[in-house]
Design a protein around this ligand. Structure first.
Ligand SMILES: [Zn+2]
Length: 326
């Protein structure tokens, strides 16, 4: 089911020069709302650089999900070929995103506006590699924005520790509501600076082509093909995130099937997998060693996916922790 965890790579020589390499099996997931926010931030500065940080998660198979795009603080440095974030602003925002939303700092972004360079400069690449080494990051993202007339554009690059080449990766856009942005907007709007540009205008992006994967899985209509079921999935995620100290990260595998990774106190605990015949067949809950833990729990489909799932999950926890089901 899951790929084996990568062994820690041995310490490599300092990377002085890294080159782009397009590898399509990697991709970055981002909420549509965050892509819109990114576009507006890029369009705020059309003659000097601007930038910020990307917060989100890495999935169990090392794929990035961007859940929050942070823009520049009030004291950030914007010059024609240079951007420096307002460090006090970053610290304050990062503390809230980490503590309240359990989001990790997974990357940076900056705009080369109309410089004519839509890839990382040599300085950008060596800077990222150097910082990854200092901070002990295995992987890190760098997004380069540009301004093309009235539009913004953005390319995402994945840096992996020990690899001499960074990789341009396509985008996968999540159209579900982003509850993290809503939380920050509701409670911290005085701290977080929104973009000044009223509207996003993002040029066509390199999007991850899922069509090959879709063909592989045959003609059976997977439950998420139904738009209403996508809303139900969001409600399942909300239900799972309502448990204290628990965080749920949805991912789609190569066959287009949904996995919900469950993290408890920051550590990956379970992978809830929705097989092709779900909800006729049961979801399966694996531990990090890929043992199916939920085989003792009977899946009863009442006709209501959310209700059935909640019952199933509560029974599973009762079994796992030998606590009474409620
Ligand atoms: Zn740059």
């Amino acid at each position: 089911m899951k790929k084996k965890r990568r062994k820690k790579q041995s310490k490599q020589k300092k990377v002085s020069h890294v080159e782009p390499l397009v590898r399509s099996e990697h991709f970055v997931s981002i909420y549509q709302e965050e892509l819109n926010t990114l576009s507006r931030y890029i369009l705020d500065y059309r003659t000097v650089e601007t930038g910020g940080q990307l917060f989100g998660h890495w999935t169990y198979d090392h794929r990035p999900i961007v859940r929050f795009v942070l823009g520049p603080g009030a004291n950030a440095g914007h010059e024609a070929a240079f951007f420096r974030q307002d460090i006090d602003y970053l610290r304050a925002c990062a503390a809230i995103l980490k503590e309240q939303c359990k989001l990790d700092h997974i990357g940076e972004w900056h705009s080369h506006h109309t410089l004519g360079l839509d890839t990382p400069s040599g300085h950008d690449a060596s800077n990222i590699s150097k910082n990854m080494e200092i901070l002990g990051f295995e992987q890190f993202l760098l997004c380069i924005g540009t301004v093309q007339g009235e539009q913004s554009a953005a390319k995402m690059f994945l840096f992996t520790k020990g690899q001499k080449k960074y990789t341009q990766i396509p985008w996968h856009i999540i159209t579900l509501n982003n509850s993290y942005r809503a939380h920050i907007d509701n409670f911290y709007s005085e701290l977080f600076y929104p973009p000044k540009s009223a509207r996003p205008h993002m040029a066509a992006l390199p999007i991850k082509d899922m069509s090959t994967d879709n063909r592989q899985k045959g003609s059976y209509p997977y439950w998420l093909k139904d738009a209403d079921n996508k809303k139900i999935l969001q409600r399942i995620i909300d239900f799972l995130n309502a448990y204290p100290s628990q965080r749920c990260v949805p991912t789609i595998d190569k066959q287009g099937r949904v996995h919900l990774s469950i993290y408890c106190n920051g550590e990956e605990k379970y992978d809830i997998f929705f097989p092709v015949f779900f909800p006729k067949t049961s979801p399966v809950i694996f531990n990090v060693l890929d043992d199916a833990l939920s085989s003792k729990v009977w899946w009863v489909f009442t006709g209501d996916i959310l209700e059935s799932f909640i019952l199933f999950y509560k029974k599973f926890l009762a079994c796992e922790y030998e606590i009474p089901s409620f």
